[in-house]
Design a protein around this ligand. Structure first.
Ligand code: BGC
Length: 982
């Protein structure tokens, strides 16, 4: 056995984080052992790495849970604790982990440093410095610091830590975070110096909706810090910020989240943060009172350069511009080597797409998104500090004509979260779609889960965060990241009676600039209940739910209050709601909220949020509340049925989203379900198998279809590649998911500049369906964190194979399927140690299945026949199941496929053209690009004379040899690739 991924509050070896209540977790893998589950475990916490000073020992206990264990330890400030775990397996073997650690920050210790502000004009970016001396017997040293708006700190000329954009973005008026740095190795005996650079950031620069506001939280730069050096004899030397620190104007002459940065290297001061620097001419700083309720140890994960990419190529555009193509829409900035002569201005401007081959960024609205560097003639590495950009293309001006592409590096910046999930299929477009969703996460997980990273917005829109949360939790290990967001959400909520702002942190002051920052929209506010629930399902730590329970409850109480005040009697029928945001079925083509009645949606989420709160209460042992919220959910459900459904189960709101929501949120009596599923299928067929949904319907669409036996419909939606569909963007060369189904038109032109981001992760939520249904890996609420896995892979003949892997909280899971040429279905599963899986193998009989080469009936696997499928109980191990299914999985082309699809595949096109040359060669595009089937066309009078039953039969006969699974794209729209080929 092997134990790895020891995490404290879901972070590996956290230094200086808020640790008010500990939750320790780890993963055990069998690694050759025959043990399959844990019988007992023991956790020890010590003050030293060798465990001589053990301060907590759980003893050997059965109930110790690897998903979250809270040792009762009273923590001291600024102390490093070591912990390890021993696990006993059911075969009697045991293993002890390596040690992990966590280190507390200042906790309740008073600050000896004080807030200071430079005595300079408020708009002048400052440098702040101080020299100090230390004896030669320092054994360790920490720096605790917070700088406003953003700061970077250097000790003796070297940057402390490897993170950017500190202290991050939170609701600054309620709480602020200080970071802790281990600076032991940066210090020396004798004279040392500390230097701080400050930038505007979210706090002080332009930020907010509709053009934004300046100085949202304050107009002053400020910093507080404290170096605590521990000497050999255990005593400490403290150097805190105070009036003796000095300041001077910085070479950064401008900075802003939206607009970028301007750096004049000629104003640079050589070695300004080194001890020998003469700061006699520098100004004094002054003390300042910072208006915030509290300054506390960080919760935010560090934002780091997680990846580096080289430009794919340099493009010389028709307009004469020089543009670097990064080949990927990403968030961060370019690092480059300055080789320009003194005084030369280098400009880097960032955009997402080219238009007519030229650089373009009108869709960033007012965001300037640029970096200007004025050279001092010295060759050195340059990168911005207090901004970030969402981009694929970088227009560069002022650089040498024959520039060296290797001088440029794209730095991909996001919060320090780990990728844990992968998806791969036989269809490259689907694989690209998955990657696009993943890049959407990388590009929008900068401390706050943002809507988009490029235009003058970049905010924590709660709806977007809620929609994407489950996908995010599959893709990356996200509990600590969301924990910070939820802390902010609750802080905001406390001040508005339990309602939830549209975006968190919300943008204040309200009402300024004609824009009122709102709150209380359904689907957006439900981030309060849905995100904690998803975190619990995925990571299984009750602590995650316990922390957010009030958040959940307060939101539902708020809705109930709206309901009670309006007299709607268990419906939510008041206020503004975003509805099915950006759905395509609204009457007004320029409208944004779709056709589904927003109050139906609001009531549906009311019911769902009450259900989730009831479930959470039950899990936390709050039985009275569980009862209360479950009753409430039932009352809302009844009211919805009364108001929106006929007695025979027809939904009064005739939209895809209305049906999806009813099924997904379980709003209707069981006997209505079959009808609703059928109605949804009919709607889809009537719409030529295309979705019309927005932010509410889309994330649940395929999940709902698959959960109700209509995976073939879900796969059709997945594989469509004409507008509106997921693969439409992929086909046009997208490398991230777009905000709108038609953000870019088939001719490559951008559809709108007002609200059109090419990196908006909301619709990337299709990746959740890939994990859950295509590959079948599902968590379950009774045994969350994948301790028990519900395995329901759903093979489909338009793909040859699909594979998912997940480094879950319980360990490494794999699930894949393949449809072999002879029609055999082959599945592979890896089930981690100490977990089990409930697997359903579709369309077979026990006797027909082999597992790892032997007959399932004779194997050790517990199997039962459940109607047409075989159910297996799997314990930890690797399994290969094979059988020839009772249903044909290999799909061949037929006259029931659309004309577009038949013309898109080379072989089927030849056959089709031979039998129906009138259609294939028609000058009417409507034939050639049709989403109709040739069978449907046969009913048209002008066509019926050449589409005869005999010809249809002939077509089907010939097509029956052509397998769908070899096809990589499905619908023929010949589109111009507007992005350069990768
Ligand atoms: C954002 C969203 C958000 C929406 C709310 C947009 O500007 O980009 O994705 O949820 O507004 O209406």
């Amino acid at each position: 056995m092997r134990i790895y991924k020891l995490r404290t509050n879901h972070i590996e070896n956290p230094l200086g984080f808020e640790l008010n209540r500990l939750s320790l977790s780890w993963v055990t893998e069998a690694a050759g052992s025959t043990s399959t589950f844990q019988t007992e475990a023991q956790v020890q916490v010590a003050l030293d790495e060798d465990f001589h000073h053990i301060i907590f020992d759980s003893g050997k206990k059965q109930e110790i849970d690897s998903l979250g264990y809270t040792p009762e330890v009273e923590l001291q400030p600024r102390t490093r604790y070591y912990w390890r775990v021993t696990v006993w397996g059911n075969e009697g073997d045991k293993v002890t982990s390596d040690s992990a650690w966590f280190e507390t920050a200042k906790m309740n210790e008073p600050w000896r440093g004080q807030w200071i502000t430079p005595d300079l004009d408020k708009d002048i970016h400052p440098l702040i410095r101080k020299t100090f001396s230390l004896p030669d017997n320092v054994v360790s040293a920490r720096l605790y610091m917070c700088g406003l708006g953003l700061y970077e700190v250097e000790i003796n000329g070297e940057k402390a830590g490897n993170e950017y954009l500190t202290p991050g973005f939170n609701a600054y008026e309620f709480w602020m975070q200080y970071q802790s740095y281990d600076i032991t190795d940066l210090l020396m005996a004798g004279t040392n110096s500390i230097g701080i650079t400050l930038g505007n950031g979210w706090y002080k620069g332009r930020f907010g909706f509709d053009g934004g506001h300046y100085e949202l939280y304050s107009d002053r730069f400020a910093v507080i810090g404290e170096i605590i050096a521990t000497l050999k004899d255990g005593t400490t030397v403290v150097i805190g910020t105070n009036q003796e620190w000095k300041c001077a104007p910085s070479p950064i002459i401008f900075s802003g989240i939206y607009d970028g940065e301007i750096y004049d290297a000629n104003k640079g001061l050589k070695d300004w943060s080194s001890p020998g620097f003469d700061d006699r001419n520098w100004e004094q700083v002054r003390p300042m009172k910072v208006e915030t309720e509290r300054l506390q140890a960080r919760i935010s994960l560090p934002m780091q350069i997680k990846e580096e990419r080289k430009p794919l190529k340099v493009i010389h555009t028709p307009a004469g511009e020089t543009v670097l193509d990064m080949g990927q829409n990403m968030t961060g900035w370019m690092r480059f080597i300055n080789r320009a002569p003194k005084g030369q201005k280098l400009i880097l401007q960032y955009g997402e797409i080219l238009q007519d081959g030229n650089f373009y960024r009108d869709n960033l609205r007012t965001a300037k998104a640029e970096y200007i560097f004025i050279s001092d003639g010295k060759e050195k590495i340059i990168q911005p500090r207090f901004t970030f950009y969402g981009f694929r293309y970088v227009k560069i001006t002022g650089f040498d004509k024959d520039l060296n592409i290797n001088d440029f590096t794209g730095c991909v910046l996001y919060s320090d979260i780990e990728e844990i999930g992968t998806i791969e299929t036989s269809n490259p477009s689907v694989n690209q779609l998955f990657k696009n969703a993943l890049w959407g996460q990388k590009g929008n997980f900068l401390d706050v889960p943002t809507d988009c990273p490029q235009r003058d917005e970049r905010m924590g829109w709660t709806g977007d965060a809620q929609i994407f949360a489950s996908t995010a939790c599959y893709n990356m290990y996200s509990p600590a990241f969301y924990n910070k967001f939820m802390v902010d959400l609750h802080e905001e909520q406390k001040r508005i009676g339990g309602s939830v702002p549209f975006m968190v942190p919300t943008i204040k002051p309200e009402g300024d600039n004609g824009f009122i920052t709102g709150n209380g929209s359904s689907a957006w506010g439900d981030a309060a209940t849905i995100i904690p629930w998803i975190l619990y399902l995925h990571y299984g730590d009750k602590e995650l739910l316990r922390k957010q329970f009030d958040t959940m409850k307060d939101w539902v109480d708020y809705i109930k209050k709206m309901d009670d005040e309006s007299g709607a009697v268990r419906l939510w029928r008041t206020g503004f709601h975003f509805g099915d945001w950006l759905a395509l079925d609204g009457d007004d083509p320029s409208g944004l909220t779709g056709a589904t009645d927003p109050y139906y949606i609001a009531s549906a989420y009311y019911c769902y949020s009450a259900q989730l709160t009831a479930k959470a209460a039950k899990i936390l042992g709050k039985m009275d509340l569980a009862e209360e919220y479950s009753l409430l959910a039932n009352e809302v459900r009844k009211a919805i049925v009364r108001e929106y459904f006929t007695p025979d189960g027809r939904c009064a709101i005739d939209t895809q989203t209305a049906l999806i929501v009813a099924l997904y949120f379980d709003l209707v009596p069981e006997h209505y379900r079959a009808r609703l599923v059928e109605d949804l299928k009919v709607k889809l067929r009537n719409n030529k198998m295309h979705l019309q949904t927005g932010f509410v319907g889309t994330p649940y669409f395929c999940n709902t279809l698959s959960a109700n036996g209509a995976s073939d419909y879900a796969y059709t939606l997945l594989l469509n590649d004409d507008y509106p569909s997921w693969l439409y963007g992929v086909k046009l060369g997208a490398t991230t998911v777009w905000e709108r189904w038609n953000s870019v038109l088939p001719d490559g032109s951008i559809s709108d500049t007002g609200m059109n981001s090419l990196n908006h992760y909301a619709y990337g939520s299709i990746a959740e369906w890939m994990y859950r249904y295509m590959c079948g890996i599902n968590p379950i609420e009774d045994s969350p964190g994948f301790r028990k896995i519900i395995l329901r892979p759903q093979p489909y003949g338009k793909l040859k194979y699909a594979k998912a892997s997940l480094n879950s909280a319980s360990g490494y899971i794999e699930s894949s399927w393949e449809i072999k040429e002879d029609g055999t279905l082959s599945f592979k599963f890896i089930i981690p140690f100490n977990t089990s899986a409930d697997l359903l193998l579709p369309n077979t009989l026990i006797n027909e299945v082999t597992v790892n080469g032997i007959s399932l009936a004779k194997s050790m696997v517990d199997a039962t026949q459940v109607e047409e499928d075989v159910k297996c109980e799997l314990i930890s191990g690797t399994y290969i199941f094979e059988y020839v299914p009772n249903k044909e999985y290999l799909l061949t082309y037929s006259s029931y496929d659309s004309i577009g699809e038949l013309l898109n595949n080379k072989e089927s096109r030849e056959i089709f053209s031979e039998i129906f040359p009138e259609i294939a060669n028609s000058k009417f595009r409507v034939y050639r690009h049709s989403k109709n089937t040739v069978r449907e066309l046969s009913t048209l009078p002008i066509v019926s004379h050449f589409v005869t039953p005999e010809k249809l039969e002939q077509l089907d006969r010939k097509l029956s040899n052509i397998s769908w699974s070899n096809t990589t794209s499905t619908v023929s729209i010949k589109q111009k690739t507007i992005f350069h080929d990768l």
